[in-house]
Design a protein around this ligand. Structure first.
Ligand SMILES: *[C@@H]1O[C@H](CO)[C@@H](O)[C@H](O)[C@H]1NC(C)=O
Length: 301
């Protein structure tokens, strides 16, 4: 172990500066080294000994004719302050789960930990940064000390996913894209545009596919109640889905199922989709929606 001698009355800098310091001490006898009272074990005499600087400990207390001997802290041990410890402290902080080292154990500092990427400190634990649900966007990403900040997406913007980074984005502007607005955007869905302005007169003519796609979205994403969506689902030949809760999530899931069902029906080419759909709307007792589908997709009628 390396031995340092802390002479009575000076401060010790980094180890490389030692010879200079020792010289300086001998000359100036500066008065800023902290001391402590020590009773010599042999003579019972009370002495004022110099303390040892950070990174060292008292290897041998001073005697009447000899200054304090300081020893460097061994690996994995430290002293942070001027001290008269008989041994250095063990670096006893262990970084836990979801933590990483913010400062390594060194001769002058205990190890320090912080929450790792994606976590923040709360009540002594590292918790995962929250995700903002669909319909809410991130206003401030989480930091090691703070959770993600979310806000409901303001009118005209949306966020479609649960995310700890995604902000609310403006709805697509169909007009600016030279298209017609098919389904207005919501806080959790972008606006849907279409080039369809009405079904072509004969099936299979150009434009039919785009109009079929558009009518599927138009119906599936109507802003109608959960109950009505369920009635439509039944009228389209699917059993009522008891597992879906009538919540926002349940409604979104139901809309996605309707969309799938309508896409399936589009593939059965013997009856045109629009015909099947109008029949289903009638059977489901949704005359209002039936009228708006007609007005929109068969404007000539
Ligand atoms: C969409 O674009 C059009 C034409 O560029 C513009 O006049 C209109 O204000 C835009 N609408 C929105 C909601 O930004």
């Amino acid at each position: 172990m390396r031995k340092l001698k802390a002479w009575g009355q000076s401060s010790l800098g980094p180890l490389w500066a030692l010879p200079t310091l020792l010289l300086a001490m001998a000359v100036s006898g500066a008065a800023d080294v902290p001391t402590y009272l020590w009773q010599d074990t042999a003579t019972r005499e009370w002495l004022t000994c110099a303390r040892c600087p950070p990174g060292t400990f008292v290897q041998q207390p001073c005697r009447r004719d000899q200054p304090t001997t300081c020893g460097a802290c061994p690996p994995r041990h430290y002293t942070q302050f001027w001290n008269y410890l008989e041994r250095c402290r063990y670096c006893n902080i262990i970084c836990g789960e979801h933590e990483e080292e913010a400062r390594q154990c060194s001769a002058t500092h205990n190890r320090a930990c912080r929450c790792r990427q994606g976590f923040f400190a709360h009540a002594g634990f590292c918790l995962k940064h929250a995700q903002c649900p669909p319909g809410a966007g991130v206003t401030a990403p989480g930091t090691p000390s703070q959770n993600t900040q979310c806000q409901p997406c303001p009118t005209g913007t949306f966020s479609a996913t649960s995310s700890s980074s995604e902000q609310c984005r403006p709805h697509r502007n169909c007009t600016a894209l030279g298209l017609a607005l098919n389904v207005p955007g919501s806080s959790s869905r972008d606006a849907l545009c279409t080039s369809c302005t009405g079904f072509p007169l004969g099936p299979g003519e150009p434009g039919t596919e785009e109009c079929e796609r558009a009518v599927i979205d138009f119906v599936a994403f109507q802003d109608i109640s959960f109950k009505r969506l369920q009635r439509l689902q039944q009228a389209l030949g699917e059993p009522e889905d008891q597992s879906l809760p009538p919540s926002r999530e349940g409604r979104t899931a139901l809309q996605m199922k309707l969309r799938c069902r309508l896409s399936e029906l589009r593939e059965t080419r013997n009856v045109p989709l629009l015909t099947q759909l109008l029949a289903a709307l009638r059977a489901a007792g949704l005359p209002g929606l039936q009228r708006s589908v007609l007005a929109r997709f068969l404007p000539a009628n």
